[in-house]
Ligand binder design. Structure first.
Ligand code: NAD
Length: 463
């Protein structure tokens, strides 16, 4: 519940995406005064009305509970002018060469330099390549107005702006909980003042703080994300081999997970990782290594395995069927994982165009991802579908509706609503109960018992 804290700070947050908005709202929840800034007028208007522009559990409730301490605005000048700390949470998307696009960060840095009127700490929360914090600090210094220029009081010159790194580790779908109950908070600073300010901000969270240098903090983020991506690709690689040699990846992962050196999490095989982080952060680190004359072979392997893994089921199905042309294909799950409406790098985005190209009539279900998917694959515009091939796509309200009369079903996201579909429902509803499950949500024996022809990842097939 809202509380009063010894050192409430005036904090501005640039960017109200998954990271910015959740961080801002959680800092307000812990007693700080927060102004959330975004360039997207539509988003800001929604937030001003108490509506979260992204889907995250508990987020709207916390926005409501802390409404006295949060302001949402597009007016960055008023937000940054007197802030004691400015968090940057804008995107750092992948560029065609794999490097991180830092242009959004640069824009915010410039806006900060041109507006601040007193000393403040700039905290980079976005995921940025090692060395970026140094550049941001220099960039801000370069853009601070000089005496007399654009500044009636002529005082900008004396303003001290420090930059600190505070990478974010939240996962979409559990972002609020991950922030309020984070196993650790990484702060990367190059000065005592910056370290103390960040400690003041995070003290009310009551969580372990790991204080390191800025460059190390930047690296902790990439090294952690890429390690998780590696873990996934490793399990997927082993899963593919399991299929060939008659082992079961689920039994294998249970066996492995008992070893505390390995840990039981992130050992699930599937159709590859997606989302806005693992794909781009693996490529960005590989790029950084290359730039420094080093080849990061492990991370490169994780990227390669993931690329193939996303369409492993599509390839299997193509072998089994003569064609997808004219077949009704049920697609269960579009989001890259349950609990989010985010589609970035989701396996569905690789598979649906392939199915459409092959002439399939896709009936897609997702509890929250449909609106975003529709933007890329509109339901009614046959012209635009033409670009993706000769198939068609329709969005439905339930897994059952997608399965009705279907020739084949693909499961791409393990939503609760999908897991709730009983094995016998596939037999009852589909024209032919042929199921390709990219998330291993069913027991092979259960599917076999009711007569579903069932293919999954790293396990034997049901027929
Ligand atoms: P996002 O795309 O959801 O949100 C970015 C927001 O910044 C958008 O709302 C955009 O309108 C806004 N913006 C752009 N320019 C702006 C400006 N000049 N001023 C104010 N707002 C501006 O991004 P995200 O998923 O929250 O990711 C942000 C960063 O955090 C990335 O570097 C990402 O790698 C990192 N990260 C993301 C996650 C995650 O799960 N999404 C987790 C950890 C770290």
């Amino acid at each position: 519940l809202p509380k009063t804290i010894p050192h409430p700070l005036n904090i501005a947050v640039a960017g109200t995406g998954y990271v910015g908005l959740v961080s801002g709202v959680c800092m307000a929840h812990r007693g700080h005064h927060v102004t959330c800034v975004d360039v997207d007028v539509k988003k800001v208007t929604m937030m001003q009305q108490g509506i979260s522009p992204i889907y995250e559990q508990d987020l709207e409730e916390l926005m409501y509970l802390n409404k006295e301490r949060i302001t949402y605005t597009t007016d960055y000048k008023s937000a940054y002018k007197n802030a004691e700390a400015i968090f940057i949470g804008v995107g750092t998307p992948e560029q065609p060469d794999g490097s991180a696009d830092l242009s959004y960060i640069a824009t915010v840095a410039r806006q900060i330099a041109e507006t601040v009127e007193k000393d403040c700490l700039v905290v980079v929360k976005s995921t940025v390549p090692v060395g970026t914090n140094d550049k941001v600090e220099q960039f801000i210094k370069d853009f601070l107005p000089r005496d007399g220029e654009n500044d009636i009081l002529g005082k900008h010159k004396q303003i001290k702006i420090e930059v600190a790194s505070n990478p974010e580790f939240l996962a979409q779908g559990t972002a609020v909980r991950d922030t309020l109950e984070a196993p650790r908070i990484i702060i990367g600073t190059n000065s005592k003042t910056a370290e103390e300010t960040l400690k003041k901000i995070y003290e009310p969270f009551g969580l372990p703080i790991v204080s390191v240098s800025r460059r190390s903090a930047e690296m902790v983020k990439y090294a952690s994300n890429d390690f998780l991506a590696l873990k996934i690709s490793y399990m997927n690689d082993i899963a593919n081999l399991c299929e060939l040699v008659g082992a079961d990846i689920q039994d294998v992962s249970v066996g492995m997970g008992f070893d505390s050196r390995i840990g039981s999490k992130f050992l699930n095989a599937g159709i590859g990782y997606g989302g806005s982080c693992f794909p781009k952060d693996t490529k960005a680190l590989e790029y950084l290594a290359k730039q420094n004359g080093y080849e990061l072979r492990t991370v490169k392997a994780a990227i390669d395995v993931n690329k193939d893994q996303k369409i492993v089921l599509y390839k299997k199905a193509r072998k089994r069927l003569i064609t997808f042309n004219g077949l009704k294909v049920a697609v269960l799950g579009l989001a890259f994982k349950p609990g989010t409406d985010d589609l970035r790098e989701a396996p569905s985005l690789e598979n649906v165009p392939l199915l459409l190209e092959q002439g399939a009539d896709v009936y897609a279900y997702d509890p929250v991802g449909v609106d975003n998917f529709k933007k890329r694959f509109p339901e009614t515009m046959t012209e635009s579908l033409g670009r993706h091939g000769k198939g068609s796509i329709r969005y439905v309200e339930s897994p059952e509706e997608a399965l009705e009369g279907a020739n084949v079903c693909f499961i791409f996201t393990e939503w609760g609503e999908v897991k709730d579909v009983k094995p016998e429902e596939y037999v009852r509803l589909m024209r032919t109960p042929l199921v390709y499950d990219g998330r291993n949500i069913y027991c092979v024996e259960d599917m076999k018992k009711v007569g579903v022809e069932y293919y999954s990842i790293g396990r034997k097939q049901s027929v």
